[in-house]
Design a protein around this ligand. Structure first.
Ligand code: GLN
Length: 228
């Protein structure tokens, strides 16, 4: 399972969200604290952020800890909305930059933490890679993010072994689901972090129960139970 993080709030640097925290995505790439499946996330990483309305991405198939160029530039990348992930590839899946989240349809950035049987997903020419997560992202983009909860419940019903934790942002809204893995929310004074696991020991982190949708927009955080 991978680990991912979303940010919605005042402009924050990518480094302050994923590289600097004591247990941020950088440390989670080699030593996650709550990961149930897999021990490391060394098969790639990706950072997406909004530059005005435009989603921008930097993705790699190498471990995050080895990327000195990213470490140098990340403090200068500031955004109101960030979606980032470190990857532990599911057995049999390709390891290539285009298989690393976040995926995009040009409006949303989306990460999948989990696994799904590709035979329950439609083949899509829009998928960026043959990895299960890219096929799932293409389906979610095609159905529309307003239907994220329904799409996750439907795919979960088609593949009862699927784990479907999604993180998606569009610059002014952050959506996340729990379906088989951990997720936590930190409400800071300057914005909201939603992450697979807490990046520090701040007592304000709240765990999200399984099979829920988290819907964050400026000034609001909603938790909605998913069907199934
Ligand atoms: N199944 C996806 C992949 O292979 C996600 C893996 C994960 O969450 N660890 O990349």
């Amino acid at each position: 399972m991978c680990r991912h993080l979303g940010w919605l709030g005042e402009p924050a640097s990518v480094a302050s969200l994923i590289l600097d925290p004591p247990n941020g995505l950088l440390v989670q790439s080699y030593s996650p604290r709550r990961q149930k499946h897999g021990t490391m996330n060394a098969d790639g990483w990706g950072t997406g952020f909004f530059d005005g309305d435009a989603p921008r991405r930097w993705r790699s198939a190498a471990p995050l800890w080895g990327d000195v160029s990213f470490a140098s530039v990340a403090p200068a990348l500031r955004s109101e909305c960030v979606v980032a992930a470190v990857r532990s590839a599911t057995v049999g899946m390709p390891i290539e930059p285009s298989a690393s989240a976040p995926f995009t349809d040009g409006r949303w950035l989306l990460s999948h933490n989990g696994v799904v049987d590709r035979s329950v997903l439609p083949l899509s020419p829009a998928a960026e890679s043959t990895v299960d997560s890219a096929l799932l992202a293409a389906l979610i983009f095609q159905r529309g993010l307003d239907s994220l909860g329904e799409t996750v419940a439907e795919v979960g019903a088609a593949d009862p072994n699927a784990r479907l934790n999604i993180m998606a942002g569009n610059g002014s809204r952050l959506l996340a689901t729990t379906w088989g893995d951990t997720l936590a929310i930190l409400r800071r004074d300057d914005g909201v972090v939603v992450a697979s696991e807490p990046y520090d020991d701040d007592p304000r982190w709240e765990d999200v129960p399984d099979r829920h949708l988290v819907d964050v927009s400026p000034g609001s955080v909603e938790l909605i139970p998913l069907k199934g």
